[in-house]
Design a protein around this ligand. Structure first.
Ligand SMILES: [Zn+2]
Length: 478
């Protein structure tokens, strides 16, 4: 049985959805004012994996993720770029879905954009005001934290601790420093909608409460996001949702650990970060996904060239095993039941792999444990290949099929390893590129360009950079 660490209780609990067999799952999405970076990518990939794993275990999953397409960051960035905020948001929302697709992250069942939920948001804020949880000051509406007794239950801190421990901005107009905006008035040049409090726009937190409940119901099963969102964002989501309905908002709160960049805290202002799309260009989808799944999702994870290269080697190892198996398939591989003692033993080992995999991953989505089971199969498969005299080699194909099945919830090892082309093909390509560079040195531009465009047609993109020519496989072409 799957166990998940629930931030709300601080315990690892058996997962049981409200409705048998069905999981209502919400995960906080991006604010689309820029391309997303590798730190943002962690929850996208981790919770894509959790969603698929729940399906692997037989649940029907309905998954909602919001897109914040209206926010102060968007307004400010649009002003810098000299375009309309909605044009900027559209541009980066498109880029977001493009990058998700390249990462192999399945799109949500409900892709909710804030700007499509304004009437619902206004209605929710009105209900809170009516119940005494919200109050208006000059066109802004705030949530009255002291009215919600359970405030602080997610972050596990008292209201007094929260007040002294966090930097809460002092605003004379608020009754209490912890009160937060549900609705903000808009200046004439800012985006805004008519509301009972005048022209304005939603505060940041309210959108998630409204979109989660509109698409999934008043009580959902899993709410996910990064640990950096626990306070104040998720604490506020709980307050706004439960104050209105009187019901529990989410039964399980699941948070991923944060990504560090070469050992430091990631920071855009320090230039200490990398866009996910650039990392994808250099390493490809499978290596990037493997990198995130090779560490437990709640632990901190360190992004470095070395860690990505290690992930790349691990992925290649599996595809090399697949290649070995494929070579055997064309030969006579024996029957369907093992004849040798070694074969019988290996067969049992393969058959027990799924239960070992599930046992590992059921422990709070322990993907490194699950990958360990997969690598045991690869290692034992390689050993079996060495020592088996031939009759039972069909078992290797069975091992390969099992690996593919078990890795499917992680979105790994389903292809032919195109991302991580290696071996003879790679050497051929290097050879061809060297010839092309010599042609360029001798100013045979036409021939050099023809090599480039013909490679592009078969899915190999090359880039001439100062440090040399680099190439990558355009997997969309394959
Ligand atoms: Zn959220």
């Amino acid at each position: 049985m799957l166990k998940l660490h629930n931030t709300l209780t601080g315990k690892t609990e058996e997962f049981e959805p409200l409705e048998k067999g069905k999981v209502r799952f919400y995960s906080c999405g991006p604010t689309v004012y820029d391309y997303f970076h590798i730190g943002n990518a962690r929850p996208f990939i981790v919770f894509d994996g959790l969603r698929r794993y729940l399906e692997f275990k037989g649940y029907e999953v309905e998954f909602t993720q919001n897109v914040t397409d209206l926010d102060d960051k968007i307004i400010n960035r649009a002003e810098e770029e000299g375009i309309e905020p909605n044009a900027l948001a559209r541009k980066y929302a498109d880029a977001y879905f493009e990058d998700l697709n390249r990462l192999g992250v399945r799109e949500a069942d409900n892709k909710s954009r804030v700007t499509e939920y304004i009437p619902d948001i206004i209605e929710h804020v009105e209900a809170l005001v009516e119940k005494g949880y919200g109050y208006e000051v000059d066109g802004d509406v705030y949530f009255r934290v002291k009215e919600f007794d359970e405030y602080g239950k997610l972050s596990g801190r008292s209201v007094d601790d929260l007040k002294s421990g966090s930097r809460v901005e002092v605003d004379e107009r608020k009754e209490d420093p912890l009160d937060f905006a549900l609705w903000k008035s808009s200046d004439p040049e800012e985006p805004g909608w008519d509301s009972p409090w005048g022209r304005g726009r939603p505060g940041w937190h309210i959108e998630c409460s409204v979109m989660a409940q509109q698409t999934l119901g008043e009580t959902i099963d899993i709410h996910a996001g990064g640990q950096d969102l626990i306070f104040p964002h998720h604490e506020n989501e709980i307050a706004q949702s439960e104050a209105r309905t009187g019901e529990q908002f989410s039964r399980y709160w699941v948070h991923n650990g944060l990504l560090r960049y070469e050992g430091d805290k990631m920071s855009k202002s320090l230039g200490n970060f990398e866009y996910a799309r650039n990392v994808l260009d250099d390493f490809g989808k499978e290596t990037v996904r493997y990198f995130y799944f090779s560490t437990h999702y709640r632990k901190p994870l360190n992004f470095s060239e070395k860690n990505l290269s290690d992930a790349e080697s691990a992925v290649k190892k599996v595809y090399e095993f697949f290649n070995t198996v494929d070579e055997i398939e064309t030969q006579e591989t024996g029957g369907q039941t093992p004849n040798t003692e070694e074969g019988k033993e290996f067969s049992r080992f393969i058959e027990s792999a799924e239960s070992r995999f599930v046992e590992e991953v059921d422990k709070d989505f322990n993907t490194p444990g699950g990958l360990g089971v997969i690598f045991d199969l690869v290692n034992e498969g390689n050993k079996f290949r060495e020592k088996s005299s031939g009759g039972d080699l069909f078992l290797l194909k069975k091992a390969k099929d099992t690996i593919r099945k078990l890795a499917s919830p992680l979105g790994l090892f389903q292809g032919g390893g195109e991302d991580t082309l290696r071996g003879l093909e790679e050497e051929f390509l290097e050879l061809l590129l060297n010839v092309r560079n010599e042609l360029r040195d001798d100013q045979h531009w036409e021939l050099a360009d023809r090599i480039r465009s013909e490679l592009k047609e078969i899915g190999v993109v090359i880039k001439d950079r100062e440090e040399g020519t680099r190439w990558k496989i355009d997997t969309d072409k394959l």
